[in-house]
Design a protein around this ligand. Structure first.
Ligand SMILES: C[S@@+](CC[C@H](N)C(=O)[O-])C[C@H]1O[C@@H](n2cnc3c(N)ncnc32)[C@H](O)[C@@H]1O
Length: 504
């Protein structure tokens, strides 16, 4: 009977937390919310995260930095009640700086304590009203690497090079560009040997150029044991409409790299979860100088895609961010074409895959030729372009178009900064190669391969360099197919071509 009472009180606590989270979220100032990166973990995800821990020692010391109202500590405490050995104790340390959330957190900690103590287990909860990034160096400095467990959904916010947070993280040996990676890095630093960390964080650190020092920091100190991926971009935090794609990581401080469990679910309910194990070398390729953390797709591999092995350099091609930054050359932009001006192409000049230029739009259509603007222009020719930004509703991130010089009889072209441009040493490509490259980039196989290492809505030139491509002959064959096709190039038609077993 005692147990069922505890279960009932725990169930009530779960409901209370959902209600408190909604109430707390509604009381937060939206600007402040964005400044502090306050997106709260839904209960189903918090429970899933807590269930990933594997070690339940006699004395557990938990770290929950950026605790909000304490949802993660509460999910952890539930798991502790279920799995810790008889007589075990839990010492929970939470860090939070928002006064509204702190009030909820304090109330919440005493609710968390009751069922644990009722069950005959020990509990000590600490609410530290402190900036975790400022506090962490002192915790570590005192030789206090004593946390056995850390559970975190840290704030997401870029940190400026000159900010106090950047200096503080740097002092701890951590060179990083976002608060979430600073929190995760500092949590790793503070863990006891063998300590486990479960964190929900944006995927952007897995391949971002600026995150390379952070990836090295993480991989030198901890082993990745589990990565959970949400298939849809907004599902993890539906009620907060967070755009970044999130992953859940389980790390073990000081452990050797070993097999990594990958799990996938479509949404926050985690009902359709599938998982599999892959060797660590599939996640971080041993010869990858930039140490990307790659997340192989959940779907079975498409036959043949594994044979696309060529780098752009091997194909003799380069991809660059569109070199024209319009506000820097504002004095030279023109609303309408002129004979002595270059077309200035934006993503909105492509409709249903076709160039429509000029168009009536608030953005300019052309760029006057001056010594300054000429430096950013490319000579007339065939180019393959991709958009750098997609909206969260769009199914695809890779969207490619071809510029055909027959449509633009000007000697020089301007490509605006929201596009990526494939070129051959700053000149155009052959028509077949340009069209074939667009076919490949628009295929489902390329999209899947791309998503293995990119989790955000942006498509950066660096990501396109990391992608692997078919060889020149195959690309040219795709190009001939596209040129010869009298029907629209539908997704099905492209996929049937690209996924056809090679040699047929
Ligand atoms: C993404 S929210 C997550 C809250 C909670 N962990 C959860 O999962 O629901 C991050 C929290 O970190 C807090 N925060 C932001 N900057 C902080 C800092 N420097 N030190 C401590 N907490 C901070 C925010 O107020 C916010 O409550």
């Amino acid at each position: 009977m005692g147990n069922s009472l505890i279960r009932r009180s725990a169930a009530r606590l779960g409901e209370t937390i959902d209600a408190r989270r909604a109430e707390a979220a509604s009381r937060l100032d939206p600007r402040e919310r964005s400044r502090l990166g306050q997106f709260m973990t839904p209960t189903a995800i918090a429970d899933f995260m807590a269930a990933l821990f594997t070690q339940w020692p006699q004395h557990t010391v938990l770290l929950d930095p950026g605790a909000g109202i304490g949802s993660l500590t509460e999910a952890f405490a539930e798991e502790f009640r279920k799995r810790a050995p008889r007589g075990a104790t839990l010492e929970a340390h939470t860090y939070e700086i928002d006064p509204i959330l702190l009030a909820y957190l304090r109330r919440h900690m005493s609710d968390i304590a009751t069922p644990i103590i009722d069950q005959g287990l020990g509990f000590e909860g600490f609410v530290h009203d402190r900036d975790f990034v400022a506090e962490a160096p002192f915790l570590g400095g005192m030789g206090a690497r004593r946390f056995t467990h850390a559970i975190l959904n840290p704030p997401y916010k870029k940190i400026a090079t000159t900010s106090a947070h950047r200096r503080l993280a740097r002092a701890a040996g951590l060179e990083t560009v976002n608060l979430y990676s600073a929190f995760l890095g500092l949590a790793i630093t503070l863990m006891a040997e063998g300590g486990e960390i479960v964190a929900i964080v944006p995927r952007s650190f897995c391949n971002g150029v600026y995150f390379e020092p952070f990836r090295r920091y993480l991989l030198e100190r901890a082993a990745i044991r589990h990565i959970h991926v949400f298939d849809s971009r907004t599902s993890a935090f539906r009620d907060d409409a967070v755009l970044q794609e999130n992953i859940i990581l389980r790390l073990v401080r000081g452990a050797r790299p070993g097999p990594v469990t990958l799990s996938f679910s479509r949404d926050a309910s985690l009902q359709d979860l599938v998982s599999r194990e892959v060797p660590f070398t599939e996640v971080v390729h041993p010869d990858d100088a930039r140490v990307f953390i790659r997340i192989p797709s959940g779907a079975p591999e498409v036959p043949g895609t594994g044979t696309f092995q060529h780098t752009l350099a091997e194909l003799g091609l380069t991809v660059s961010t569109g070199p024209v930054v319009d506000f820097r050359v504002r004095a030279h932009t023109l609303p309408n074409p002129r004979e002595d001006a270059a077309p200035l192409l934006y993503a909105h000049h492509f409709r249903d895959g076709h160039l429509v230029w000029p168009v009536t739009h608030k953005k300019p259509n052309a760029l006057a030729l001056t010594p300054e603007t000429r430096k950013a222009l490319l000579p007339r020719g065939f180019y393959t372009l991709t958009r750098r930004f997609s909206s969260k509703e769009e199914r695809r991130r890779l969207v490619a178009f071809v510029v055909d010089p027959a449509d633009l009889p000007h000697p020089l072209y301007g490509f605006e900064n929201h596009l990526n441009v494939f070129h051959a040493n700053k000149a155009g490509l052959s028509e077949d190669l340009a069209r074939g490259l667009a076919v490949y980039l628009n295929s489902s196989a390329a999209e899947r391969a791309f998503r293995v290492f990119s989790g955000h809505t942006q498509v950066n030139a660096g990501d396109l360099r990391a992608l692997r491509y078919p060889d020149r002959a195959t690309l040219a064959a795709y190009g001939r197919w596209a040129r010869g096709s009298t029907l629209p190039l539908t997704q099905d038609a492209i996929d049937a071509l690209v996924e056809r077993p090679r040699g047929r």
